[in-house]
Design a protein around this ligand. Structure first.
Ligand code: NAD
Length: 602
C-alpha cells in the first residue's frame, strides 16, 4: 500500500514532489504551507489537501514527511516528524548548520525511522556511471578533481523576487554554498570526506543579497586535491566536473548530460549519454521511486541522513575556513563538533551599549550569531552595531527599545522575528547599575531609611519587569521553535548581602539593586521549570564587580574581598556568556553560573 505523505512547504520543490509522487501512484498526500494564500497559486497537478499547521498534519499520522521548507527550519520540522512516528525526506541541505544534526540522526535511528536527504544528482544516469567507472579504476587512481556549478540566481524563479527567496537570505539558511550543496555531495559520494578544507566565500556580484554568491573550496585528501566552485552569477548556467587520474581523465557536463572518459593509450574517449528524452525531472522521479522502494524494504538507502550530515560537514568547514582564513581539518569518520559555534543563531542583547553588553554582543557575533543590539538610544545602538560588524565580520543590527515599555518590547521582538525569522538567544543584561563614586548615582547609596521610593520603583521596573517582558515575548517564540537559551544577568549582590563597609562612611549599596538582582535568580528558575519541556533553557549569569571608574579606595577594598585579589576586567565574562548561549551548556537550565573571583565562596 502506498505511503501516506505529508509535505511541509509547497515551494517549487515541494510541488515537484507532489507531482512525482502522484505519478508513482501515491495519492494520499496532504500539505502544510506556511505562506498559505500569499504563495504562488498551485497548478492543477499540484493541488493537494492542505492542513493549517504542522501539528495538524502530523496528527493525521503520515508515513513519511517531506521537509521542503526553508533550510533553517529543516531540522526542527524533521525532528517533530520523527517524534510523531514518521520517516522523513529532507530537501538538501539537511540543515543550515551541523548543530543538532548528529543528535537528530541518532534519535531517528533509535526510533527506526528513515532519514532521506534530497541529493537528486545521485540519480543522474551518467553521474551514476561516472562513479561506477571511477570505482572500477577506469582512470587509475584519481589525483585531481574539479567540480563547478554556476547559475544566475535572478533567473531561477522568474515568478518571485529572488532577493526574498531562501537561497538569498542568510537567516533562512541560504547562500550558494548550502543551496548548491549537490556538488559537495558528489565530491563526498565519489571520494568520501576530505582530510581538510580551505575556502573563500564572497559576496562578489551585484545581486544585492546578504549571502555569499561565490564560493571556492579546496579539499585535500591523502593523495587527491579536489576543487569545488559554486556561484550565483554565471549565465548561461553550467554544471560540470573533471576528474584526472593516473590512467586517464573523465569529464561530465550537465548541459548535454554526457560523460566522456579518456584512458591513456586509447585513441577514442569512452562516451556515455543520458537516455534519449532524459530531462531534469527524471532525476527527481527516480529519487522518489527509490524512497518508496526503501520504505517497502526493497532497496537500501542511497541518500541517507549520513550523506546529508557529511556534505554539511564539508560546507561548515568551508565556512569556517573562509571566516578564519585557515585550513580546517575534517577527519573522516570523526564528528566535527564545536559546541560553542553559534552560526545561524539569532541573539538579542539588552543594555548592549553599556559596559558589559557590548562585550557580550561582540562575543556572540564572533561565535557566528546574528546579533540584535538593543538599548535606550537608537543612535548609540546603530553606532555600536556598525562598529561590531566591522570588528567581527558578523551581522549586528541596532534596534532601540525601553525594556520597561511593553509596546517597545513587542516592536523589538516582532522586528527581530520579521528580519531573521527566529530568536535563539536572549541576554537580559540591561539594568540600572549604580557605580560607586560617581555623583549621578549619589542617591543610590543612601541609607535604607532614606532610600527614595522612585529609585526603588525604577529599579523594579528596569531590573525585573524588563527581563519579565522580554522573557514573555522571546521565550514564547523560542518555545514554538523548540529551542532557545535565555540568560538573565544577576550580580554578586543578588546572591549575598552587600558588604556595606567598602562603600565608605554613610554609604550603602542600593537596596533596589540587591533585591531586584535576587529576583532575577528565581525568575530564571521559574522559567526554566516552565519551558524545560519545550527545549528552552533559562540560566542566570552572576558576574562580580568590574573595575571601571570607581574610586581607588573602593577598588582596593573590593579586591580584598575576592579570592583572586582583584576586580574583574570587563572582558572576563565573555566565556561564560558564550558557554550559556551555546550548545556547550545544552544540559544546563535553571542554574546560576557565578563568576566573581571567589567573592561568594568564602
Ligand atoms: N559592571 C559590574 O561590575 C557588574 C557586576 C555585576 C553585575 N552586573 C550586571 O551586568 C549588567 C550590565 O552592567 P554594566 O556594568 O554593563 O551596566 P551599564 O550601566 O554600563 O549598562 C547597562 C545598560 O542598560 C541600559 N538600560 C538601562 N535602562 C534601560 C531600559 N529601561 N531599557 C533598555 N536599556 C536600559 C543602559 O542604557 C545601559 O547601556 C547589569 O545587569 C548589571 O547589574 C554588572
Amino acid at each position: 500500500m502506498p505511503p501516506k505523505v505529508l509535505i511541509i512547504g509547497l515551494g517549487s520543490i515541494g510541488r515537484r514532489h507532489v507531482q512525482n509522487l502522484r505519478a508513482l501512484g501515491v495519492n494520499d498526500i496532504f500539505a502544510f504551507r506556511s505562506r498559505g494564500a500569499a504563495a504562488r497559486p498551485l497548478e492543477p497537478g499540484e493541488q493537494v489537501l492542505t492542513v493549517p499547521t504542522l501539528e495538524a498534519g502530523l496528527a493525521r499520522k503520515p508515513d513519511i514527511v517531506f521537509v521542503t521548507n526553508p533550510t533553517a527550519f529543516h531540522l526542527a520540522t524533521a525532528r517533530a516528524a520523527v517524534r510523531a512516528g514518521a520517516h522523513v525526506f529532507i530537501e538538501k541541505p539537511i540543515s543550515h548548520t551541523p548543530n543538532g544534526v548528529e543528535e537528530f540522526l541518532s534519535e531517528a535511528a533509535a526510533a527506526g525511522r528513515h532519514v532521506f536527504v534530497g541529493f537528486n544528482f545521485r540519480f543522474h544516469p551518467t553521474i551514476r556511471i561516472a562513479r561506477e567507472r571511477l570505482l572500477a579504476g577506469a582512470i587509475g587512481r584519481p589525483v585531481s578533481a574539479r567540480f563547478a556549478i554556476g547559475e544566475y540566481l535572478p533567473d531561477w524563479h522568474p515568478w518571485e523576487d529572488y532577493r526574498t527567496s531562501y537561497s538569498a537570505r542568510a537567516e533562512l539558511g541560504g547562500g550558494v554554498l548550502l543551496t548548491q550543496i549537490h556538488d559537495i555531495d558528489l565530491l563526498n559520494w565519489f571520494f568520501g570526506l576530505p582530510r581538510e578544507v580551505t575556502a573563500s566565500l564572497g559576496t562578489c556580484g551585484e545581486l544585492g543579497v546578504d549571502v555569499e554568491d561565490v564560493a571556492a573550496l579546496i579539499c585535500n585528501y591523502e593523495r587527491l586535491i579536489a576543487e569545488v566552485h559554486l556561484d550565483y552569477l554565471e549565465k548561461p548556467a553550467r554544471r560540470c566536473f573533471t576528474i584526472i587520474g593516473t590512467g586517464g581523465k573523465m569529464e561530465w557536463t550537465q548541459q548535454d548530460g554526457t560523460l566522456r572518459i579518456w584512458r591513456h593509450g586509447a585513441s577514442e574517449p569512452e562516451e556515455h549519454r543520458a537516455p534519449l528524452g532524459f530531462e531534469r525531472n527524471d532525476m527527481f522521479l527516480a529519487e522518489a521511486a527509490h524512497v518508496l522502494a526503501v520504505l517497502r524494504g526493497e532497496e537500501s538507502s542511497l541518500i541517507s541522513g549520513d550523506a546529508g550530515r557529511d556534505a554539511l560537514k564539508i560546507a561548515a568547514a568551508a565556512k569556517r575556513a573562509s571566516a578564519e582564513r585557515r585550513i580546517c581539518p575534517l577527519v573522516a569518520g570523526e564528528r566535527e563538533h564545536n559546541p560553542f559555534d553559534l552560526t545561524g543563531r539569532v541573539a538579542i542583547v539588552t543594555g548592549a551599549t553599556g559596559l558589559l553588553g557590548r562585550e557580550y554582543a561582540d562575543e556572540l557575533s564572533r561565535a557566528g550569531a546574528t546579533v540584535v543590539a538593543t538599548d535606550l538610544s537608537q543612535g548609540r545602538c546603530v553606532e555600536l552595531a556598525a562598529s561590531l560588524s566591522a570588528a567581527t565580520g558578523g551581522k549586528v543590527i541596532g534596534l532601540a527599545a525601553d525594556i520597561t515599555n511593553s509596546e517597545e518590547v513587542d516592536r523589538l521582538v516582532a522586528e527581530t522575528e520579521r528580519r531573521f525569522g527566529r530568536i535563539d538567544i536572549l541576554v537580559n543584561n540591561a539594568a540600572m547599575n549604580p557605580v560607586p563614586g560617581l555623583a549621578i548615582f549619589e542617591k543610590s547609596f543612601a541609607p535604607f531609611e532614606e532610600y527614595p521610593r522612585e529609585l526603588w520603583e525604577r529599579e523594579l521596573a528596569v531590573n525585573v519587569t524588563g527581563p519579565f517582558l522580554l522573557c514573555q515575548r522571546v521565550g514564547a517564540l523560542m518555545a514554538r521553535q523548540g529551542r532557545g537559551s535565555i540568560i538573565n544577568i544577576s550580580s554578586t549582590y543578588g546572591n549575598v548581602a552587600p558588604d556595606h563597609r567598602i562603600y565608605g562612611p554613610g554609604k550603602y549599596k542600593s537596596v533596589g539593586y540587591a533585591v531586584t538582582k535576587s529576583a532575577v535568580l528565581n525568575l530564571t528558575r521559574y522559567l526554566a521549570a516552565y519551558w524545560g519541556p519545550k527545549g528552552v533553557r533559562v540560566n542566570t549569569l552572576t558576574p562580580g564587580g568590574v573595575g571601571a571608574g570607581q574610586d581607588p579606595d573602593f577598588r582596593r577594598q573590593y579586591a580584598d574581598r575576592t579570592m583572586l585579589g582583584r576586580m574583574a576586567e570587563k572582558n572576563e565574562y565573555r566565556g561564560a556568556i558564550l558557554y550559556l548561549a551555546s550548545d556547550a551548556s545544552s544540559y544546563m537550565t535553571g542554574a546560576n553560573l557565578i563568576v566573581d573571583g571567589g567573592w561568594t565562596a568564602w
